[in-house]
Design a protein around this ligand. Structure first.
Ligand code: FES
Length: 344
């Protein structure tokens, strides 16, 4: 965890004010928010103040932003000290943020850090010529090209002590540099170039229609239509079977048959399937047994007897309900061995 403090007094400027262009820009940012909510523009204004003040935020800039937004200076100070995008110490013309998080560390960030110390000096100090300063930061999201560093607004990746030393020299002397990978690869491709999707036919349009895709889609549509027809036929057959008089007569009325049978063992818990079936209660017709195995549906609901009129199943119930019994409990592994889950 980094300690974030304001720079010492001897480097703090006496005052800060936005220049005319930035003042105008700040007013436009504030105008984006509803009246009374101008504090919402605090981060953009701090960012612009940092940009104007050579890449870091002095105390006077923080106070100037607070005044412009009519905020307590401490509130703005809290924001400036919380977000690491705000530099509270002077930085060099080229500010290097070196990633030291695990992927970069595993790929040699420590060696890059040593180059920083040798060429620039200790962390958070500006080189004597004012050109360079550096800071170790956490992951910058370019881990696949580790180790890497952000220099001002650009990423420099695939760093080695040699290419990084040369890069610092170019920056110091104002020579052009190439952001991105510092080795021969494009973006995040594997070293040596891409290995997949290399067939030129993928990009010239000749692969379009290959493999008779129209026939494949026609087959898929035909199969879907056949499946839908089979499903509809099965549903019609079930409805026809339920509508026969025998099925209606033999169907037990769940409500009436419930009298006298054991209660569920817990609130809201149904009694077991064997208790719910008419067969478990004693005498029932074969048709009723067969019918009770079917799930209840709208058709069966209409077959229930009218209120106050016992149904066929209720008339047949003469035996007492089976007593509820507890399942066998295990106190040790069955046969001293774990269960064979493949049997489930
Ligand atoms: S760990 Fe360095 S960029 Fe992610």
């Amino acid at each position: 965890m980094s300690v974030r403090r304001l720079a010492p007094d001897h480097v703090q400027p006496a005052s800060f004010a936005f220049d005319a262009a930035n003042e105008n820009w700040a007013d436009r940012q504030i105008a984006k928010y509803p009246t009374g909510r101008q504090a919402s523009a605090v981060i953009p204004l701090l960012w612009k103040a940092q940009e104007q003040h050579h890449g870091w935020l002095p105390r006077a800039a923080i106070e100037a932003v607070a005044k412009k937004l009519d905020m307590a200076p401490m509130r703005v100070m809290e924001i400036a000290t919380f977000y690491t995008m705000f530099n509270l110490q002077p930085v060099g013309e080229h500010f290097i943020q070196l990633c030291g998080t695990t992927p970069c560390a595993l790929r040699g960030a420590e060696a890059i850090r040593k180059v920083c110390e040798e060429v620039i000096g200790p962390q958070s100090t500006v080189s004597a010529d004012g050109k360079l300063s550096w800071l170790e930061v956490e992951c910058l999201g370019a881990c696949c090209n580790a180790p890497m560093a952000q220099i001002n607004f650009d990423y420099y990746e695939d760093l080695t002590p040699e290419n990084f030393r040369a890069l610092l020299d170019d920056l110091r002397h104002g020579r052009p540099t190439k952001p991105g990978p510092q080795v021969e690869r494009s973006c995040s491709e594997p070293l040596g170039g891409g290995e997949t999707l290399k067939d030129a036919a993928l990009y010239d349009g000749t692969a379009v229609g290959a493999g008779d895709w129209q026939a494949r889609i026609a087959d898929q549509r035909k199969a879907a239509a056949e499946a839908a027809a089979a499903k509809a036929a099965a549903e019609a057959a079930v409805k026809a079977a339920e509508a026969t008089p025998a099925a209606v007569e033999a169907k037990p009325a769940t409500k009436t048959a419930a009298a006298g049978r054991p209660k569920p063992s817990g609130a809201g818990q149904p009694s077991s399937a064997s208790q719910d079936t008419p067969a478990a209660n004693g005498k029932v017709s074969a048709a009723a047994v067969k019918e009770s195995a079917k799930p209840a549906d709208a058709t069966s609901a209409t077959a229930a007897p009218a209120a106050g009129e016992p149904d066929a199943a209720a008339k047949n119930v003469t035996a007492p309900a089976l007593p509820e019994s507890k399942p066998e409990l295990l106190t040790a592994a069955r046969d001293g061995k774990p269960d064979d889950l493949s049997l489930i």
